[in-house]
Design a binder for this molecule. Structure first.
Ligand code: PEP
Ligand code: MN
Length: 277
């Protein structure tokens, strides 16, 4: 096999002699034999929207609930999220369903607050190179889900993980969510070769987000199966009870039925690569 090398200055995120890191989130292991599926709306919009989604994705077999309370939007006029109110709704949904919750933290000054409510702190693609924020979550006591930047190389992505590990937080989950290419028909280009590559050079678990990676709900099932086949440790997917009415990312969100069907269809793919759902 040809050798793929990253900068020797990356010390903690590279595999070295380390065994695979398994990130524990409540009862859920990310990076073990069982795949971790994180599902939920792009944005927390209301109590009924979130709880309906949480109950349904749990019944379909999801392991964690996602939902943005602080949203990174391209324009200041778009829905910016419910903020603290959204965090409280996530905590309520967790209390009812038992699903750990994953939510984005946008700013250093919010880390303490988000940490109080969330089980996993998401660092979004747009903040992958926000080094002060990376340092801050490196001191946090919750696992971090680090999305790949829109135009970040794999080495830059691992460099960002290095900041968090260097701060003492070894519970880092990488998430491939698509990168910018010349292709306009998909929102981003989902780089699935990153999955076996990251597994080769790093001990960190890596999951795939086929929702942002494609921008189209119709492409999500096939790319989810491909992600599992490529060796991903899990999936992060946007699911909404009524995608047409979603306040953000409706076009890429699965409805509750489509998510249920996908979870069923993923089982044989997982088994084919020696994993379980
Ligand atoms: C999200 O998960 O809703 C999100 C904003 O993702 P990304 O940072 O990958 O664009
Ligand atoms: Mn989204």
């Amino acid at each position: 096999m040809s050798r793929i090398a990253v900068s020797s200055s990356i010390k903690l995120a590279v595999r070295g002699d380390r065994p695979d890191t398994i990130v524990k989130v409540g009862n859920v292991d990310v990076g073990g034999n069982i795949l971790a599926v994180i599902a939920g709306p792009c944005s927390v919009e209301s109590g009924p929207q979130l709880i309906e989604t949480a109950r349904s994705v749990k019944e379909s077999g999801a392991h964690m609930l996602r939902g943005g309370a602080f949203k990174p939007r391209t324009l200041p006029y778009s829905f910016q999220g419910l903020g603290v109110e959204g965090l409280k709704l996530l905590a309520e949904a967790r209390a009812e369903t038992g699903l750990p919750v994953v939510t984005e933290v946008l700013a250093i000054e919010d880390v303490e607050l988000v940490e109080r409510y969330a089980d996993v702190l998401q660092i979004g693609a747009r903040n992958m190179q926000n080094y002060p924020l990376l340092r801050r979550v490196g001191e946090a006591h919750k696992p971090v889900l680090l999305k790949r930047g829109l135009s970040a190389t794999i080495e830059e992505w691992l460099g960002s993980a290095e900041y968090i590990l260097n701060g003492g937080n070894w519970n880092v989950i990488l998430c491939e969510r698509g990168i910018r290419t010349f292709e306009p028909l998909t929102r981003f280009t989902l780089d699935l070769s990153a999955v076996p590559l990251v597994k080769h050079i790093s001990h960190l678990p890596i999951i795939v987000d086929p929702s942002h990676g494609t921008g189209h709900s119709s492409l999500v099932p096939a790319m989810s199966k491909a992600a599992v086949a490529s060796g991903a440790d899990g999936l992060l997917m946007e699911v909404h009870p009524d995608p047409a009415k979603a306040l953000s990312d409706g076009a890429q969100s699965l409805n509750l039925d489509a998510f249920r069907t996908l979870m069923r269809d993923l089982k044989p793919v997982a088994e084919a690569v020696g994993r379980r759902l």
